[in-house]
Design a protein around this ligand. Structure first.
Ligand code: G3H
Ligand code: 13P
Ligand code: ZN
Length: 332
């Protein structure tokens, strides 16, 4: 058993309480590679922001669970090296799909886990979440649960349509499970293609898709039922069009990729939403930088040559999100 406390990590409890009170949200950035981890830490230290570094099932498979755990331990030390006296870094399991996966993460040094029972019937979701909460709380690890299904792909859970969270279910769910935060569905979805063209309108000038607004009425109703309770938004990449355009300009093919407008996320962050998940935007920033680098430097083959601008592009993106969208800067 490795306690996250020994690794210098923190759970989400105080962080979320402060964020809800302060009207901002904590960034939850996914990572699979060393460059992503470095960029996340550099951005968090430069902006004096708390940060959640999250690991999906796919990331564990790609990078190896032990390596990722040691990287998170390294992240704390790296933040200190960069001058941050008391880094506030959470190591979080994203979309945990079973009690066993959550337990294995808790036992190996994660400070927070998500159990995603959103595809289960309501009662089974409660049962599974409660089991994880009981184990996690014994180790002072915080638990995120999910109610409602996001459109698109939830790891292996396919959802054809978005099923918004039912506000009338949240009190029973939060009370019976004892979860520390709740991910809800209000129209966000995973990936770079969040909406079908037929769900959007098209900007006449740019020809770009304009997505439908998030269901703020559902968010408000949830807040009313659970005042001050930490709410989480998944699928919150904005799919920056400059990165999409760069990718397409240099040989990529991402037609009609569209995300959640940043002003809507800003509005959400000022409410009970205190954790905003961003993964795809970092992937787009990295891919755009690498494609551009190769197009302009066809002779390069040293990974450091193209991963340096990729890391810079991700860092810039993370700083932008922290300062201009989530408002978590200067909150250490
Ligand atoms: O919610 C999904 C995250 O973006 C993680 O994606 O399962 O491809 O690592 P992944
Ligand atoms: P995006 O695909 O919008 O970045 O969402 C990431 C996410 O929700 C991770 O859990
Ligand atoms: Zn997610």
């Amino acid at each position: 058993m490795v306690s996250y406390k020994k690794l210098g990590l923190v759970n989400t409890k105080k962080m979320f309480a402060k964020a809800v009170k302060g009207g901002y949200a904590i960034p939850a950035f996914n990572f699979n590679t060393m460059e992503q981890m470095q960029a996340i830490v550099q951005a968090a230290v430069e902006t004096k922001s708390p940060v959640i570094m999250q690991v999906s099932k796919g990331a564990r498979k790609y990078a190896n669970p032990t390596i990722l755990r040691y990287m998170a331990e390294g992240a704390v030390q790296y933040a200190k090296e960069l001058g941050c006296k008391k880094p506030q870094i959470v190591l979080h399991l994203d979309h945990g799909d079973s009690f066993e996966t959550c337990k294995s993460c808790i036992d190996s040094g994660f400070s927070s886990v998500m159990i995603d029972g959103s595809s289960l019937p309501f009662k089974d979701n409660i049962k599974l979440t409660k089991k994880v909460v009981n184990y996690a709380h014994k180790h002072d690890v915080t638990v995120e649960a999910e109610l409602g299904v996001l459109a698109g792909v939830e790891d292996e859970v396919q959802a054809e349509e978005s099923h918004y969270t039912k506000p009338e279910e949240v009190i029973e769910f939060a009370t019976k499970t004892g979860c520390d935060s709740l991910a809800i569905s209000i129209g966000t979805s995973h990936g770079a293609y969040k909406f079908k063209p037929e769900q959007c309108t098209r900007d006449k000038k740019t020809g770009k898709l304009v997505p439908p607004p998030l269901a703020f009425d559902v968010l408000k109703a949830v807040e009313k039922k659970l005042p001050g309770f930490p709410i989480v938004l998944h699928g919150s990449s904005s799919v920056p069009q400059e990165h999409v355009d760069t990718i397409n300009k240099f040989g990529g093919k991402l037609p009609d990729a569209v995300g959640i407008p940043e002003e809507q996320l800003r509005k959400a962050a000022k409410s009970a939403v205190c954790k905003i998940n961003i993964d795809s935007d970092s992937r787009l920033a990295m891919t755009a930088a690498i494609r551009k680098h190769f197009a302009e430097n066809p002779g390069h083959f040293d990974p450091r040559q193209y991963l340096t601008p990729a890391r810079e592009a991700m860092k810039e993106l993370y700083i932008h999100k922290i300062v201009k969208v989530l408002g978590s800067n200067n909150k250490l």
